[in-house]
Design a protein around this ligand. Structure first.
Ligand code: S5P
Length: 276
């Protein structure tokens, strides 16, 4: 079964089954970028400043909103305004992991009210299918069509247990929730080789652990490059310290953008010429 990862973003934008998937691919195509900035900054001022500076070069801004020490309405209003101004989506890297009933409260309410402002969230299937069922229900009942879930199907950290059967079942569960599950956070494309893959399914692959100058950190993080990620079927490259901690984050984001975009163009062209 051919994977959708060989199609141009513009084509995927036209036929993606999910409205948020369509918007995501439209943004990538319009801005010519597949970079997701992992903006792991710890106060509102720094977070908004980096979102404003790098916003023109990214498709998605990924947050860990619970590490923002002065989180409040100004954080959300600022992010929402910048997302509109610079044309990017907001992805809260919440990694939900609990029973469905708890997760619904964490998603909709509490201090963070994630559902109100984050277009994308992620969740692990470790608790079983109920967690995805719960998030799916909140999305469908919430009446905002531009909300989606990425299933955390693999992890980049050394010794990760998110492998094998866990990863396989992540794909199986994703297929059951087309109205809310957009795809995966994973190191590579996962779904096209499974016997249950269908011609028109199009899971979006977000790949974290991307860095152009480091192989990892002292706490188990393991990196690959933009090129290996895209060659492995990734659609969007999540990079954090490689960009925001660089001496010149604007030059860094441009480098990641160029590397990611050129690798994507090669992937699409290769298949185009093979089928001619
Ligand atoms: O497997 C994973 C999944 C995620 S979402 N490995 C990860 O590193 N992440 C997140 O990606 C992590 O929480 C952090 O926000 C980002 C990687 O940051 P970097 O500074 O190492 O690029």
């Amino acid at each position: 079964m051919a994977s959708s990862s060989h199609l141009p973003y513009a084509q995927r934008a036209q036929k993606h089954p999910h409205p948020l998937g369509r918007r995501l691919f439209e943004i990538a195509d319009r801005k010519k970028t597949n970079v997701v900035l992992s903006a792991d900054l710890t106060n509102t001022k720094e977070l908004l400043a980096i979102a404003d500076r790098l916003g023109p070069h990214i498709a998605v801004l990924k947050t860990h909103i619970d590490i923002v020490s002065d989180f409040g309405p100004a954080t959300v209003e600022g992010l929402t305004e910048l997302a509109l101004r610079h044309d990017f989506l907001l992805f809260e890297d919440r990694k939900f992991i609990d029973i469905g009933n708890t997760v619904q409260k964490q998603y909709k309410g509490g201090a963070l009210r994630i559902h109100e402002w984050a277009h994308i969230v992620n969740a692990t299937i470790l608790p079983g299918e109920g967690i995805i069922q719960a998030l799916d229900q909140t999305i469908r009942e919430g009446g905002i069509c531009e909300r989606g879930i990425l299933i955390l199907a693999e992890m980049t950290s050394k010794g990760s247990l998110a492998v094998g059967e866990y990863t396989r079942i992540s794909v199986e569960i994703a297929r059951k929730y087309p109205q809310s599950v957009l795809g995966f956070v994973s190191t590579r494309e996962l779904s096209s080789h499974s016997p249950a893959a269908t011609q028109d399914e199009d899971f979006v692959v977000f790949t974290t652990g991307v860095n152009m100058s480091s192989k990892g950190d002292a706490l188990g993080q393991q990196y690959q490059t933009p090129i290996t990620a895209i060659e492995g079927g990734s659609d969007f490259l999540i990079a954090g310290r490689g960009i925001y901690a660089a001496t010149d984050p604007v030059s860094a984001v441009k480098e990641y953008r160029k590397a990611g975009w050129e690798a994507y163009e090669r992937r699409v062209q290769q298949v185009g010429s093979a089928s001619r």
